[in-house]
Design a protein around this ligand. Sequence first.
Ligand SMILES: Cc1ncc(COP(=O)(O)O)c(C=O)c1O
Length: 440
Amino acid sequence: MPIFMPQGGLVDHSGTGPTPLRSVSSAAVTKVESQPGTLKDQDAEVAAWLQREDKRQSTTLTLIASENHSSPAVRETGQSRITDKYAEGYPSRRYYGGCEVADSIEDLARTRAKTLFKAEAANVQPHSGTTANMSALLALAGPGGRIVGMSLKDGGHLTHGHPRSHTGMVFEAKQYGVGADGRIDMDQVRSLVKEHKPHVLIAGGSAYTRNIDYVAFAAIAKESDAFLMADIAHPAGLIAAGVVPSPVGIADVVTMTTHKTLRGPRGGMILSQEAVAKKIDSSVFPGAQGGPLVQQIAGKAVAFGEALRPEFRAYQVRVKANAAHLAEHLASEGLKIVSGGTDNHIVLVDLQGTDVTGADVEERALTAGLAVNKNAVPNDPRPPLVTSGLRLGTAAVTTRGFGTAEIDRLADIIIGLVRGEDPERYRSIVLELCEAYPLP
Ligand SMILES: Cc1ncc(COP(=O)(O)O)c(C=O)c1O
């Protein structure tokens, strides 16, 4: 039966059956590798869209705090034939044959993750931060269990118990927030935990700019016999580099995405203490997912390898210094910064008291060539698609090579946009910076 139509014609696999790896001749390997046409030849429409995205990224400066630019090596893994492989289960315990390579890749990724974060156990299979959180919460709280997390409007994440997320539907969720100083209200956390008696207390957020006191969270969780889950999706890279405090060894479970400050491929990961590792594994598979994305796991292994090098620590030091500099510069021009500054890669600007909304500035910034995102600020009176805030992150521009001098130029543009200057006048400055600091 003809199964593929490459440039050179049909390939007929009828009756050949599976060929053992050992007996494939080098000629056959060469033939297989030369089969497919390029994407451009085969599907010009998709190729054109992807080319356009390349252009968009190379001519835009990304200040979206949840994004970064992964290395060519990380991206190359996504193109591997291993994308075609089913590998349900875990290394040496798979439900499919032919998983020897997948086993080695996953073992390597797990070992590197454990070394990088000094963790007892790692599950590298979650397809995303959302499935990592869902899996961890199901393992620790069980369906219908009780959870306590930070509310989205105060800087938490949807998966920490928001009513529109499965975590708010499957679990009985209560939410804490930040005080007038923009920092987590630990008294509220303590009283909510005492009253609600959650199975899991969650520490972490998406728009939270301050270090989290994981020791204090762990003490509160312990008083009520709750598990502590730290979601470090945002600061994972800073934590891996030792630039901000780590919850590993303090929290029972640590979840994250691998594509933000960690600069890996899109995906999730769960670190845990040995005592709960088995529960976590079976909650990811077969609990929440089927076959793992082995090409993404290969990318995670590459990214963890990169993060183990000294250059990665130097990069994270710059990410943090750039964010602190950005916050100071914006504040010196009169913009209000939630919590008064930042300890990580995020700067949250409170636009209340100006003439503009988060949505206005996001749109103007795009015209200038800056990708930023509108974001709710604590006690935001505006709806989520408008907001009174702007979330800025320095991970992506620091990957391009930005230092504080370039951050100053960016800060001036943002101030101009908030004050209503024509965004078009900044386009050439942004393009000049893009050219001087190309994508990896
Ligand atoms: C704190 C936090 N947890 C979880 C997630 C979810 O990750 P994903 O988008 O990969 O599902 C995010 C995403 O931004 C996040 O910021």
